[in-house]
Design a protein around this ligand. Structure first.
Ligand SMILES: *[C@@H]1O[C@H](CO)[C@@H](O)[C@H](O)[C@H]1NC(C)=O
Ligand SMILES: *[C@@H]1O[C@H](CO)[C@@H](O)[C@H](O)[C@H]1NC(C)=O
Ligand SMILES: *[C@@H]1O[C@H](CO)[C@@H](O)[C@H](O)[C@H]1NC(C)=O
Length: 359
């Protein structure tokens, strides 16, 4: 959601933070989730929605200026020595990178390294323009410094593969990921970004009130991107809650980002809202925003399985050795996902046509 909108909202409803801190608890026992998510498919074929085979570190905190980090970072990595694709992930407005740690660990368990900066503090809330510069500085930091972090904090032989670098972000962070990839920063990007994932991206509070730089052009197929893109939206993000403006309003949300891509896939997780891919327990501010945004009744863990699974399927299609098997399977048959998902796509992004022909 957008910053100015957020400020209006936080001013409008004071005093509920403490209650909300506890309101995100999941009260349903785990067995209910496994029974409701039971699907009619061969689970040996679709592994992306379960935890992967790699043992995963806890989120490793790298303070600003440690290892020359331009911003504070979380790094999550497999323990097992190997060369892993890297996902740079940008949080949403005032949502701590730590609030996504469960999502990160799920992704990492499939053989990725996640690097997630924290781009605000109580003293400094950057503009969208500043945020894009900060993200570029973190991307440019990776080649000379990530290896030192992994070596010192994870172990020998664990390496990030800069030839397989993807960027992603949630909400305003999703817009920033597009901004970086579209080359809208003043700072020059000195790494190659090879794939882009928007997680319920939001470009402002409405079409006429968008943060700078504008990113969206309102011209279909106008994004000049030559890398694969997928956009994951939420079905409830554009709904109002307590008569407040929606958190991911029409014309500035995932739908418009998809329209402006030349080639992309688009997954809409129908029964979930804008904030439901976060951890079960999040910090008070994220709890507050979560209450303001419309949410579905389903377990957040199901949402995280779905979002991480789609991300892993997409990344594996380009970076892995499964040739996109699971990605094409869920594109062709969205009922394979743990909760209801609407799917559309355009173009093929250099993946073998025979795969796409099956979709
Ligand atoms: C980025 O990709 C281009 C074209 O494939 C290549 O020439 C260049 O060396 C790459 N840059 C880096 C930093 O890997
Ligand atoms: C699109 O980007 C490429 C470089 O990635 C550039 O050569 C080309 O001029 C751009 N096209 C437009 C219409 O901006
Ligand atoms: C929300 O967006 C979907 C398309 O993504 C649209 O069909 C639906 O009408 C929208 N709902 C509202 C309340 O605007």
């Amino acid at each position: 959601m957008d910053a100015t909108l957020w400020v209006k909202l936080i001013v409008s409803i004071p005093g509920v933070l403490a209650i909300l801190y506890y309101s995100e608890a999941q009260i349903l026992p785990n067995f209910l989730e496994s029974s409701t998510s039971h699907k009619n498919y061969n689970s040996e074929d679709i592994t992306i929605f379960e935890n992967g085979k790699f043992e995963v570190t806890k989120p490793i905190e790298v303070e600003k200026s440690k290892f020359s980090a331009p911003e504070p970072l979380l790094v999550v990595s497999p323990y097992q020595p190997g060369l892993y694709p890297i996902l740079l992930f940008v949080h949403g407005t005032l949502i701590s990178n730590e609030d996504y740690s469960d999502l990160f660990q799920r992704i990492v368990s499939h053989g990725f390294i996640v690097v997630a900066p924290k781009l605000f503090s109580i003293f400094n809330f950057p503009s969208e323009e500043d945020e894009i510069e900060m993200v570029v500085s973190v991307a440019n930091w990776l080649p000379s410094n990530l290896q030192d972090v992994l070596h010192e904090r994870v172990g020998e032989g664990v390496e990030g593969d800069l030839n397989k670098l993807a960027i992603s972000g949630h909400s305003r962070g999703g817009k920033s990921a597009f901004g970086v990839t579209l080359g809208l920063s003043k700072t020059k990007l000195t790494v190659n970004i090879s794939a882009l994932i928007g997680v319920d991206p939001v470009a402002g509070s409405n079409k006429n009130d968008r943060t700078q730089p504008h990113v969206l052009t309102y011209v279909p197929n106008s994004f000049n991107l030559s890398i694969p893109v997928t956009i994951i939206g939420t079905g409830l993000g554009n709904q109002t809650n307590f008569l407040l403006p929606p958190c991911a309003p029409n014309y500035v949300n995932h739908q418009e980002f998809y329209v402006e891509c030349k080639e992309s896939s688009h997954f809409v997780i129908l029964k979930y809202g804008h904030m439901q891919m976060l951890n079960d327990y999040v910090d008070p501010i994220a709890s507050y925003v979560s209450l303001v945004c419309e949410s579905g009744d389903g377990l957040k863990s199901t949402m995280r399985r779905t979002v991480s699974g789609i991300m892993v399927a997409f990344l594996d299609a380009y970076f892995g050795d499964d040739g996109g098997r699971q990605y094409f399977a869920i594109l062709a048959n969205p009922s394979l996902t743990p909760t209801r998902v609407y799917v559309e796509k355009k173009g093929n992004f250099g993946l073998p046509r025979n795969h796409y022909a099956q979709v």
